[in-house]
Design a protein. Structure first.
Length: 292
């Protein structure tokens, strides 16, 4: 292991601008740049959205402007916001269907029994997770109601899913028995191995959205299993477009999906410097996202 780096000294906004200029970035309006860097940190803006414009530790390619980097940031922010709204629909739908099915088959407190799941160790970790999530939501009126007015003070599954994080919901589904997973997935018209994979990946994207992260030109850490027709067409699963194809399948009965696809097209048209191929979008991306 080589010698560890020392943290760089802090820079004032004026020094940040001079540093960018020394790296070859074109800044035509310094007052505009100062305003942006006073609202969006250098680390969040420059470090994340310079990818593709300069080699690591090198200078910017000729002709790259500060406004170009800001444009990518704004595209990402808007794309992230409209995508988060679609993920919210999936999250609400899946919570509902899992809770309804599980309560009917195992009872409203059946989630407490390890024999109702595949892996007992995984279930123990899940119970520890939900204990913490219930504690964090202890002041919510519906949590207080079940804690104080019902025998045992435990939340029924239909209430418990409302305090799940999407990640916990994904883990819950993953540990369900295959027959149970199949039943839930069938209600979406999807094979359960696909739904399990998709929920994990969409949960990851949801967290990126919730923490104002970057989806533009980003490789995903949690990748979904794609239908063979997509992989054969050369579509990768480690970029955002692959996740959109999965979301389309889950929301195939949502009449507002077309509006979402239209919003993406408007954003691409508005921010001309954006290259959606860095997000895995093929040339016929709109056709592929349209509901049949």
């Amino acid at each position: 292991m080589g010698e560890l780096k020392q943290h760089p000294l802090p820079m004032t906004i004026d020094e940040q601008i001079e540093n960018l200029k020394s790296l070859g970035l074109i800044i035509e309006n310094e007052e505009y740049a100062k305003k942006i860097l006073n609202d969006i940190s250098y680390f969040r803006l420059i470090k994340a959205y310079s990818l593709g414009f300069k080699p690591k530790n090198g200078k910017y390619e000729e002709g790259v402007t500060f406004e170009q980097i800001v444009e990518l940031y704004l595209f990402n922010a808007n794309f992230r916001q409209v995508t988060f709204a679609e993920i919210e629909k999936i999250e609400v739908n899946v919570r509902c269907r899992i809770a309804n099915y599980f309560a009917e088959v195992y009872g409203v407190l059946g989630y407490m029994e390890p024999q109702n799941f595949v892996d007992e160790e995984y279930h123990r970790a899940f119970m520890a997770d939900i204990e913490e999530e219930v504690r964090r939501n202890s002041k919510a009126p519906f949590v207080r109601n079940f804690k104080t007015n019902y025998a045992g003070g435990n939340l029924p599954i239909y209430a418990l899913v409302e305090v799940f994080s999407f990640g916990t919901l994904s883990k819950f589904y993953k540990n369900m028995k295959n027959a149970d997973k199949k039943a839930v997935a069938k209600s979406f018209g999807i094979g359960y191995t696909y739904l399990e994979s998709w929920l994990e990946s969409i949960s990851y994207v949801r967290n990126v959205c919730a923490h104002y992260g970057r989806l533009y030109n980003a490789k995903l850490s949690k990748t979904p299993i794609l239908y063979k027709e997509y992989t054969q067409a050369g579509i990768g699963n480690n970029r955002m477009f692959g996740v959109l194809l999965c979301m389309k399948q889950i929301l195939k009965n949502d009449k507002h999906w077309k509006l979402y696809v239209d919003q993406i097209e408007l954003l691409i048209d508005k921010y001309e410097k954006v290259d959606v191929k860095t997000m895995g979008f093929p040339d016929d991306w709109k056709k592929l996202l349209e509901q049949k």
